[in-house]
Ligand binder design. Structure first.
Ligand code: GDP
Ligand code: GDP
Length: 438
C-alpha cells in the first residue's frame, strides 16, 4: 500500500495553508535538520477511515529568482514520482498563469491522478474564476476550495481518498509479518539485509524509472516465516547525490506503510537523531509495530556494564513517555552480534500487535486497577467505568464504557494505557483507547 498525497504548484498559491489544514497535527512531522534537508513537510492525514501521508512540495520551490527552474528540481520530481495522488494547486485570484501551464505539462506526463485545486475561492466571483483552469487541459475536474476557511476541502478529500487503499486491507500473504528496516543512510541497513541473506545482493532499479516497489523477500528462520521489505539498496543507485537523504525519507514512508513492524536502525556512533524521531512518530501514527536497533555497537569503545543501559535511557528520554513502549536492541551487523535476536524481537512485536485479550481477562485486570485508582471526579460528577473490551481492529485498541466519557482527561487515559501495558504484553505496539457512553 502506498497512500501518498503530494501538494504541488507554484509559490504562494496556498499549498502550505492547505497542508496545515490536512495534517492531523500542525507540522507533525517536520525535518528540522540542517544541511541537505531544508523546508520539508511531511504529515499524516486521515479521512473516511483511510490513512495517508501528505507531502508539501512547496519547500523546494522558494528562494530563487528563476523559480520555475527551481520548481522542477529533482526533489519535486521525486516527490511527485512517489505520490499516488497529486493535488495541483492554482490561485483563483491570480487566474491562470504561464507557470501553471508549465507545471500542468509536467504533471500530464506522470500519468497519475492529478486534481486541479483552485484555491482562494473566497467569494462567488472568485469561484467563477476557477473555470479558467479548464484551460490547463488536464483531465481532471476542478476542485474549488478556500484553504484559509476550509471550504471545499471535505469534498476534495472525499474524491482523493477514493484513490487510496484501505489501510486495513488484508494482506495477500496473510499472517506472515512484514518487516521493514528503516533508518538514516549509512546506519547499516543494506549490510543487515546482506547478512541475513548470506550473500551480496545488487538491486538494479533505475531511480528514473517509474515503478520502485519495495522488494519483498520471504524468509524462514527459526521455523518462523516473515517478509523483509527491502528498500535500503535502492537509493544507492541514485544519480542525484544530494537527494539521498530526501529520498531515503520518502522510501521510509512508503516502506513503513507497507509493513507490520518497522525496525528503525540507528548508527550507535551518531546516536538518536531528529529524523529517527520523525520516522518513529510516523510509524506510531500508522500504528505499526516499532523497535529500535542500535547498530555498529562494536564501534563504541570502552564499554562497561552500564553503557548499553545509559544509551537506552538516553533514547527513551528523547522518545518521551508515550513512546516508551518501543524496545531497543544493540547489534553489530559486521560482527554478527544479535542480528537474529533482532528479527526474533520483530516477530515478537508482530505477535503483540495481533494479540487479542478476552473481555473477561481484561475486566479482571483493569476493573481492579480502576477501583484502586478511579478517574477523578469533575465538576462534582463521579465517573464510573463499567467495563472494557478490546475492539475488533487490526491493531490493539480498547473501549472503556462509562457514564461520562467526555470527562475523562488525558492523564487518566495515560494511566489506563500504562496499566494495560503492565498486564498484557504490548511491547513495541502502539495501543489506542476510547471512552464510550454506557
Ligand atoms: P504556498 O507558497 O503555496 O505554500 O502558499 P501559502 O500557503 O504560504 O499561502 C500564500 C498566501 O496565500 C498566504 O498569505 C495565505 O494566507 C494565502 N492563502 C492561502 N489560502 C488562501 C485562501 O483560501 N484564500 C485567501 N484569500 N488567501 C489564502
Ligand atoms: P545503509 O545506508 O543503511 O544501507 O548502510 P550500509 O549497510 O551501506 O552500511 C554503511 C557502512 O556501515 C558500511 O561501510 C558498512 O560496512 C558499515 N556497517 C554496517 N553495519 C556495521 C556494524 O555493525 N559495525 C560497523 N563497524 N560497521 C558497520
Amino acid at each position: 500500500m502506498s497512500n501518498i498525497l503530494a501538494i504541488t504548484g507554484r509559490p504562494n498559491v496556498g499549498k502550505s495553508t492547505l497542508f496545515n489544514r490536512l495534517v492531523e497535527r500542525k507540522k507533525a512531522i517536520m525535518d528540522n535538520e540542517s544541511g541537505v534537508t531544508r523546508d520539508r513537510h511531511y504529515g499524516f492525514g486521515q479521512w473516511n477511515g483511510k490513512y495517508f501521508t501528505i507531502i508539501d512540495t512547496g519547500g523546494y520551490v522558494t528562494g530563487s529568482d528563476d523559480i520555475f527552474e527551481e520548481a522542477i528540481r529533482d526533489q519535486v520530481k521525486l516527490a511527485l514520482d512517489e505520490a499516488s495522488v497529486i493535488l495541483f494547486m492554482v490561485d483563483c485570484k491570480d487566474g491562470l498563469t504561464d507557470m501553471d501551464q508549465d507545471f500542468a505539462n509536467i504533471l500530464r506526463e506522470l500519468k497519475k491522478p492529478v486534481f486541479v485545486v483552485a484555491n482562494k475561492a473566497d467569494n462567488p466571483d472568485l469561484i467563477m474564476m476557477a473555470n479558467e483552469f479548464y484551460g490547463l487541459g488536464l483531465e481532471s475536474d476542478i476542485h474549488v476550495i478556500a484553504s484559509t476557511s476550509g471550504a471545499g476541502t471535505g469534498d476534495l478529500l472525499d474524491a482523493v481518498v477514493e484513490h487510496f487503499e484501505d489501510s486495513d486491507l488484508e494482506n495477500p500473504e496473510e499472517g506472515i509479518p512484514r518487516i521493514s528496516i528503516l533508518g538514516r543512510p549509512n546506519a547499516g541497513k543494506s549490510s543487515y539485509l546482506n547478512a541475513l541473506l548470506g550473500k551480496d545482493r545488487s538491486i538494479v532499479t533505475d531511480i528514473a524509472g517509474t515503478t520502485r516497489d519495495a522488494i519483498n523477500t520471504r524468509y524462514k528462520l527459526f521455523g518462523k516465516d516473515f517478509i523483509l521489505t527491502d528498500t535500503a539498496g535502492i537509493r544507492k543507485k541514485s544519480k542525484v547525490k544530494e537527494d539521498i537523504e530526501f529520498y531515503s525519507v520518502l522510501r521510509a514512508i512508503q516502506s513503513l506503510q507497507d509493513s507490520d513492524v518497522c525496525i528503525v536502525m540507528i548508527d550507535a556512533e551518531r546516536g538518536f537523531e531528529a529524523q529517527d524521531m520523525n520516522i518513529i512518530t510516523l510509524a506510531d501514527k500508522y500504528k505499526k509495530g516499532i523497535m529500535i536497533m542500535v547498530n555498529k555497537w562494536d564501534l563504541i569503545e570502552d564499554k562497561t556494564t552500564n553503557t548499553a543501559e545509559n544509551f537506552r535511557k538516553d533514547i527513551q528520554e528523547k522518545l518521551g513517555n508515550p513512546l516508551s513502549y518501543i524496545p531497543i536492541i544493540f547489534t553489530s551487523v559486521t560482527q554478527k552480534q544479535r542480528i537474529f535476536q533482532a528479527i526474533e524481537l520483530a516477530i515478537e512485536v508482530n505477535t503483540n500487535r495481533t494479540r487479542r485479550i478476552t473481555t473477561s481477562e481484561l475486566n479482571d485486570a483493569m476493573l481492579a486497577e480502576i477501583e484502586h485508582y478511579p478517574p477523578p471526579a469533575l465538576k462534582g460528577k463521579h465517573i464510573k467505568i463499567k467495563y472494557v473490551t478490546q475492539l475488533p481492529t487490526r491493531t490493539p485498541s480498547f473501549a472503556f464504557f462509562c457514564n461520562l466519557p467526555q470527562y475523562i482527561k488525558e492523564p487518566y487515559e495515560r494511566f489506563l494505557t500504562n496499566k494495560l501495558r503492565s498486564h498484557f504484553d504490548f511491547r513495541g505496539v502502539p495501543i489506542k483507547i476510547y471512552f464510550r457512553q454506557k
